[in-house]
Design a binder for this molecule. Structure first.
Ligand SMILES: Cc1cc2nc3c(=O)[nH]c(=O)nc-3n(C[C@H](O)[C@H](O)[C@H](O)COP(=O)(O)O)c2cc1C
Length: 198
């Protein structure tokens, strides 16, 4: 089993990376492979704009999604929202990829002080749309600090990430064992889209 952790920060080895690494370490302890990919340092324009470079990068990630069993989406908090680049990336990725459905996902954010809850709410919209079981911890999935050193000192945040990693490993193993017992995800119906118009 393998989990993909996407870092939505322009700082490749900053606070968000530090939090993702804590989760990845817990998963690895449970013999689950992990890969952390940085997305936030790329230039990714808004979906709907004609931008070959953004499309090419997102498509390269989309092609790999089928190879992962679980996902962690991590972002720094900017003005009480996730990084705009990361939102553009996720808009493009989820719009072009059909391989996320019914795989577990977690969203995490890193911030100095405030805006974590509103940022998490934005990130969680993506897995919620695609029937992805959301993985929780013993607190909301946030960590605090401006530098990796500060993040490590956020004892509660570190524990939140550790518990999250353990919970994701548990759910992944339950899903895998369930499949061996003949318990598969329900087949999804063709989506009804009404635009509120009868
Ligand atoms: C433009 C900008 C806006 C920010 N806005 C917030 C904010 O609204 N709330 C907050 O607590 N921290 C805010 N921060 C701080 C970062 O969220 C925080 O340092 C985060 O841990 C950085 O993660 P990173 O090292 O992975 O980029 C902001 C930082 C920047 C650069």
């Amino acid at each position: 089993m393998k989990v993909l952790l996407l870092n939505g920060s322009p700082r490749e080895k900053g606070c968000t990376y530090t939090a993702l690494k804590i989760i990845a370490d817990e998963l690895e302890k449970e013999s689950i492979k992990t890969e952390i990919i940085n997305v936030g340092s790329k230039s990714i324009s808004s979906i709907g704009t004609d931008d070959a470079d953004s499309s090419e990068f997102v498509t390269s990630i989309a092609k790999e999604i089928k190879n992962y069993d679980g996902f962690v989406f991590g972002s720094p908090v900017y003005y009480a929202s996730p990084n705009g680049t990361f939102i553009s990336f996720l808009d493009r990725l989820f719009a072009c990829c059909n391989d996320f459905a019914q795989k577990p996902a977690a969203c995490i954010v890193s911030c100095r002080r405030g805006g974590a809850s509103s940022s998490l709410e934005v990130l969680e919209k993506y897995p919620q749309f695609y029937s992805m079981p959301l993985i929780s911890s013993n607190y909301w999935n946030m960590i605090h600090g401006n530098t990796p050193e500060e993040v490590i000192k956020d004892e509660e945040g570190v524990q939140t990430m550790q518990v999250l990693g353990k919970n994701m490993a548990w759910i992944l193993k339950c899903i895998e064992n369930g499949k061996k017992q003949g318990i598969h995800p329900p087949s999804l119906p063709t989506k009804i889209k009404t635009n509120y118009i009868q």
